[in-house]
Design a protein around this ligand. Structure first.
Ligand code: NCD
Ligand code: ZN
Ligand code: ZN
Length: 427
């Protein structure tokens, strides 16, 4: 197979050393002869374990105009990801073994990163009957994460049954926490600003009420709950409380909720329209603190591509969602590393080991120790770049960072010791 010798690289932000990748595995650079190795200069670069996204929308099958498994995983590799979990809100919905196996197979064929399909909790995401969770778990796709993301599993009995059911195969229910009655027609964070802008408000309690209910349900049935895209200070408080009493709950925050605030809605530019909505500066601060102290376990992108006709329209008519894969690491550097809230080892935990653990992946998130699978990202934190949507590998262009200057650049990504990205470009 292949041998790569990455010289003089700072592993997890430590002192520069050599990193040797032999036949898909991290080897001992001081003991193994690197004959015939392809040499990569790692000077000034940081090596992190390949990133794992627990929340990606790849849109295939059904909306191949917005994204395909091929284009979305290409964007993932460019962002430093070696594994993504593909959300189930496709058309058809990923609610059967057949659909999840198809998505899994498309991921293998594309080859940019590993794709782990998420299975729907309910048939057609309709919130009425449980989908065939066991058949998806037993399929070739080995589904462990189940979610109706895009919709909340709002029926408490169904949610309880789903939590009970996934215990049989060590699965987890990833909840999109949104009380539907409290968010009918909602457009942006509810507050003084939504009133002034005349956009229907989305109260924090709509998220928090579901989280409170679900942590209690998870405790009651002794199962595992994951909370998608946590966006409010109150949610962080609830999850901290639940963890404190031993509930098996994990949570994610999205890069955009770590950086952007509801003030951006004043532009009426739907590029900033997302579910859950951008919140206040106080929420942003609480989310950063929660991620720093481990209350929030991981960063997940919620990469949500939409074609321009669904975004270039008036705010109320536009689709919810924004791109995230190619900018995630830069946003985490900007919001967490540069302000001193998280070091690079912390980033590796929140963006690789912890998401792999939640998704029960055994071939990812194992760090850069000798013997670990050679999933590696080489990142240059010292450069700055201006985000140009036209340069994205995604088929969609809905990045809220358009024209913004962000720190850092992914230089290379290795999947099982083989580069998927080199010199910032897809291989
Ligand atoms: N986040 C979003 O605003 N949109 C997501 C759905 C979701 O994650 O809830 C989408 O599928 O477009
Ligand atoms: Zn969601
Ligand atoms: Zn989503």
């Amino acid at each position: 197979m292949s041998t790569y010798l990455i010289q003089n690289v700072s592993v997890l932000g430590g002192e520069p050393q050599d990193l040797l990748l032999v036949d898909g595995v991290v080897a001992d650079a001081s003991a193994t002869p690197a004959e015939g190795a392809q040499v990569v200069d790692g000077t000034g670069l940081i090596a992190l374990p390949g990133l794992v996204d627990l929340h990606t929308h790849l849109r295939e099958p059904g909306r191949e105009d917005a994204e395909t498994v091929e284009s979305g995983t290409a964007a993932a590799a460019r962002g430093g990801f070696t594994a993504v979990h593909a959300m189930a809100n496709t058309d058809p919905v990923a609610d059967t073994a057949g659909v999840v196996e198809q998505v899994w197979r498309l991921g293998r064929e594309a080859g940019h990163c590993d794709v782990f399909p998420v299975g729907a909790v309910t048939v057609g995401l309709a919130g009425e009957r449980l989908a065939e969770l066991g058949a998806m778990a037993d399929s070739a796709a080995r589904v462990r994460v189940f979610s109706d993301d895009g919709k909340c599993v709002h029926d408490a009995v169904l949610m309880r049954r789903a939590l009970e059911y996934v215990k049989a195969f060590d699965g987890v229910v990833a909840q999109h926490a949104q009380e539907p009655r409290l968010t009918e027609g909602a457009q942006m964070n509810e507050g003084e600003l939504s009133g002034r802008l005349g956009l229907a408000g989305w109260p924090a309690v709509a998220e928090e009420a579901i989280i409170a209910r679900d942590v209690l349900l998870a405790e009651h049935v002794g199962s595992r709950l994951h909370v998608c895209h946590v966006s409010t200070a109150g949610s962080v408080e609830l999850i901290r409380w639940a963890k404190g009493k031993g509930v098996d709950v994990t949570a994610e925050v999205c890069p955009h909720h770590l950086l952007l605030t509801d003030e951006l809605a004043a532009t009426y530019d739907p590029i900033y329209k997302v579910n859950p909505p951008l919140r206040t500066a106080r929420d942003v601060e609480a989310l950063r603190a929660g991620l720093a102290d481990g209350t929030i376990d991981i960063v997940a992108t919620d990469h949500a591509p939409h074609p321009h006709e669904d975004k270039d329209c008036e705010w109320a008519a536009a689709a919810f969602g924004m791109l995230g894969l190619e900018t995630a690491l830069s946003i985490v550097q900007e919001t967490m590393v540069d302000p001193g809230l998280l070091d690079w080892a912390g980033v590796a935990d929140r963006m690789s080991s912890a998401p792999a653990r939640i998704g029960r992946l055994d071939d990812h998130g194992r760090g850069l120790e000798v013997g670990a699978p050679a999933h590696v990202v080489l990142y240059d934190p010292s450069v700055r770049r201006t985000v140009d949507p036209a340069g994205s590998a995604s088929l969609s262009r809905n990045t809220p960072y358009r024209g913004m200057e962000l720190p850092g650049r992914v230089v290379a990504t290795f999947l099982r010791g083989v580069p998927t990205v080199l010199d910032g470009e897809l291989v």
